[in-house]
Ligand binder design. Sequence first.
Ligand code: NAI
Ligand code: MG
Length: 495
Amino acid sequence: MSSEPGGQGLASTGRVSRLGDLDYAPAPESAAIVSIADAYGLYIDGHFTDPERHESFATLNPATAAPLARVARASAADVDAAVQAARRALPAWSALPGAERAKYLFRISRIIQERQRELAVLETLDNGKPIRETRDVDIPLAAGHFFYYAGWADKLAFAGFGPDPRPRGVAGQIIPWNFPLLMAAWKLAPALAAGNTCVLKPAETTPLSALALADILEQAELPAGVVNIVTGDGATGADLVDHPGIDKLAFTGSTEVGRQIQRRLAARGLPLTLELGGKGANIVFDDAPLDEAIEGIIDGIFFNQGHVCCAGSRLLVHEGVADEVLRRLRRRVDQLRVGDPLDKNTDVGAINSAAQLARIGELVAAGEAEGATRYTSACPLPAAGYWFAPTVFTDVAPAHRIAREEIFGPVLAVMTFRTPEEAVAKANDTTYGLACGVWSEKGSRTLWVAQRLRAGVVWANAYNRFDPASPFGGVRESGFGREGGRHGLEAYLDV
Ligand code: NAI
Ligand code: MG
């Protein structure tokens, strides 16, 4: 582990810089642009209402561990009220001409764009991810999804699902904490375009951007009951799954909960989409453009603190370039700026919760105990809040837990290969199948590999690229169904 003296930077900002002692002055985004209420109710039938049992819980800022607001915990009766409101709103909403529904979606997209600075700060405060990412990725893509599906609303007859495709009805939608507003948009936009009404359950550690979205829906004058937002934890989610009044369920989260949900719904034959975990392989061949590949590896595992289902959490590198790749990779890891998520120069923000930090710690300890070699950036970490320094494991065996289990944190497991066949075998040696990356200058080799990878998404000379027009989803234990693109409509149409 290199530990050149950090010099001047350390004293002023608490950061060590290894690039010729260059350092950055703090550049924090102001939090003054958002006003967070002390407490939030449930958004049901176009109003914020108190939960039936008057129960609430706190959502924290993971960068400080300080509470931001209290949020309502919905009971089964509250979930029932939300489903009934969605049911009442369904006939009028689904009967609207598609072009009319599109106007609402365009409006929502535009308001998200208008309020994007506020939303970026709010998301960063509640989630812990860097403002650079909320500003440049989460919020613009959320707006992009509403914009994209607005375009489909009046063209459903041309989407390839028959001349007059009908909505499923009331959609129950449960989302995780890693991309809170973006996951809400992935769920709501295609459902609304297709004429469904929705009950959305945000994750318990990151409910605030969905509640801000409720305010945006009001601003867009979306008819009451078309979207209902019920906050709570897994019990609230389970109440939504079990509600007999839903016609469709969409879930993004852990494979374990996805499995439970599928089991519970087995007897009901309810249409289900599951977007679950992953253990993506980033495959780097010896003819890859190395500078780009290093950036792709970094982006693949350290983007969003590695809280990414499609993260490139396994690096498979061609033996001949392994030493060179690792040398460059360590140097780049040392340059990652970890700290205040509101600082525009921050690359890696806070871990979302104490529970997630404990899970990352447990798996990293298992990696060390099983004999892998750990390299962790020497960057200083803030004293309060939840943090984990970027970490790279070498000497990883395919049987190690760090090579098999989803860590969902800034931890990379590196393995090598000698032939394309071996790369494919190692990449496919997982129970998951969400995403992979292939780095090579040779198109024929990239295609040969991509055709043999068992994964829903394969990026070529890129990683973690998302676009509303591009379908996303997994195979095997990463789930089924697609979100995004024309394919994403299918989940919400009675085809
Ligand atoms: P989780 O699967 O428990 O939570 C995701 C959502 O499901 C949340 O809204 C939660 O309230 C809800 N939920 C929890 N239990 C439920 C139940 N029984 N019925 C219905 N809804 C339920 O995931 P968690 O505990 O936050 O993270 C655990 C691990 O899962 C992570 O370490 C990571 O490996 C994986 N994960 C994967 C995600 C992905 O994007 N594929 C997102 C979040 C977590
Ligand atoms: Mg929070």
